[in-house]
Design a protein around this ligand. Structure first.
Ligand code: FAD
Length: 450
């Protein structure tokens, strides 16, 4: 109870920080209020192209989210808390809690998503008597640690990396020692209504990743128990580990994307590996790639709605367009390019694709199919189990030549790439990339487009 005798009731709005460990926003809430309500809003699944609202989620993404929320609920329950899951927009749900529970404090993580940030700002304006706190939990650094103002974010990754090279990543926090009790009377039983809201929750064939902090921690420990980190730089560009059983890349991204795992937790384990096992160029490279992620996070905060614009952060529109048939063929893995088809088949079946694969399919989308990059980014938003607004849209802008790439034009030679990364055709064969090779455009007998 506050010294003035007034009960402080907090509301914690979980977004992409679905963890209790190393969650400085939750730790702040725990330290400041007497009662706490924890909510997550699984917003109604909306239309495909509307980036003012969350995109459609594939069944794999839905299942991953379901598992992540179930795990979060369990972790909260271990500390006497509850999780309420609302199937409505946070802009509708939060005001109802404010009125019903006399909320005095609201907490959330800083979110690079335009949609979440807009709702946050609207709520702040509308409820000036409530204390709002937003904390950086999705990034390695706090914004206060950055040696530049947000509008001065360097235009290229290399400059950014130089500027942040001396910043120390702070130690990971454990669980808060205590969480204030909830003022919700009953368990929300959200699992029972999950399917009624058209969300998928049945086990999925080919599910590579189990959602939730527990699975994330397990994966983190296993990864650093082996020696994969010592060879990461040589293997990270590989197309698929399933062809020979090697951990080509870390596979941290699914849990990082919804915050069941924090980037800081990874760096702490990485540093431990470096001090106890080995520090080499490969181990540094894991940090280097996390800095790429970091750059795109701040890039999204800096450029806001421009992250989704056709012209990106440049001044002129690309010359690409939208062709329904080509787009559909790309999504379904039926293009004339076996390597692209194999990658898309892998994405559709598992929700995952390697970084190299993503570069190849995005380059094909823009340069071979001449398609408007935003449709490709939107499709990945729907399908990728590790979808992250900043990394996805930032990388797509980069490859479409409208983003942070100083060279501005990255076209991958698909034949050459196939020879380098799939010389024996194992990956293409495994994912059936050469089974449905189709011409890009259907034409009638006298060569008119159909
Ligand atoms: P690793 O190679 O093991 O890298 C370790 C971590 O570093 C990753 O988990 C990730 O957090 C970060 N990282 C690595 N490469 C990048 C990169 N290019 N940009 C940003 N962060 C990086 N990543 C996502 O997390 N979500 C996305 O929605 C996403 N969309 C992408 C779309 C395109 C077109 C491209 C080219 C890349 C995209 N990436 C995205 C980046 C990258 O492909 C994935 O992070 C990576 O493949 C995930 O596998 P991993 O964890 O094994 O990566």
């Amino acid at each position: 109870m506050a010294s003035d005798g007034i009960l402080k009731t907090g509301l914690f709005w979980f977004t992409n920080d679905l963890r209790v460990d190393d969650n400085p926003a939750l730790a702040k809430a725990a330290a400041e209020v007497d009662k706490l309500i924890c909510i997550y809003c699984a917003a109604p699944i909306s239309t495909f192209h509307d980036h003012q609202a969350p995109g459609k989620l594939s069944p794999i993404r839905q299942q991953f989210l379901f598992d992540s929320l179930t795990d979060l609920e369990k972790a909260l329950a271990e500390q006497g808390q509850q999780l309420a899951v609302e199937f409505k927009s946070p802009g509708d749900a939060i005001p109802e809690y404010i009125t019903q529970y006399n909320i005095s404090h609201i907490y959330s993580s800083h979110n690079a998503g335009e949609y979440e940030q807009k709702i946050w700002n609207t709520l702040r304006k509308r409820y000036s008597m409530i204390q709002f706190s937003q904390i950086d939990t999705h990034t390695l650094f706090d914004r206060s640690q950055l040696p530049f103002a947000m509008e001065k974010l360097p235009e290229s990754f290399s400059k950014f990396r130089r500027l942040v090279s001396d910043i120390a990543v702070r130690e990971e926090l454990g669980k808060p020692s205590y969480l204030p009790s909830s003022c919700l009377s009953a368990q929300s039983n959200w699992q029972n209504t999950w399917e009624r809201h058209n969300f998928h929750s049945q086990p999925i064939e080919n599910q590579l990743f189990k959602g939730g902090s527990q699975a994330a921690r397990q994966h983190l420990q296993n990864y650093f128990k082996g020696r994969s980190a010592s060879t990461y730089k040589e293997t990270r560009n590989g197309l698929d580990e399933h062809s020979n059983g090697v951990n080509f890349s870390t596979k941290f991204s699914p849990w990082l994307s919804n915050g069941s795992l924090s980037a800081r937790q990874i760096v702490c384990h990485l540093q431990q590996y470096e001090s106890e096992v080995e520090a080499n160029e490969s181990t540094y490279w894991i940090y280097f790639e996390l800095l790429w992620r970091e750059y795109f996070q701040w890039y999204a905060h800096r450029h806001k709605a421009n992250l989704f614009k056709f012209q990106g952060i440049k001044n002129s529109n690309p010359t690409t367009s939208f062709y329904a048939e080509r787009f559909q063929k790309w999504c379904q893995g039926n293009t004339p390019y076996p390597i692209v088809n194999a990658c898309m088949n892998q994405l559709n079946a598992t929700g995952y694709m390697s970084n190299r694969g993503r570069q190849l399919v995005a380059s094909c989308f823009v340069h071979e199919l001449n398609l408007d990059w935003r449709y490709g980014a939107a499709y990945m938003e729907q399908q990728l189990v590790d979808y992250d607004v900043a990394s996805n849209w930032g990388n797509w802008q980069y490859l479409a030549g409208v983003g942070a790439d100083p060279r501005g034009h990255r076209r991958f030679d698909l034949d050459k790439q196939t020879k380098i990364y799939d010389p024996k055709g194992l990956f293409i064969n495994h994912w059936g990339g050469d089974q449905h090779l189709e011409a890009l455009d259907s034409r009638d007998i006298v060569d008119w487009p159909i």
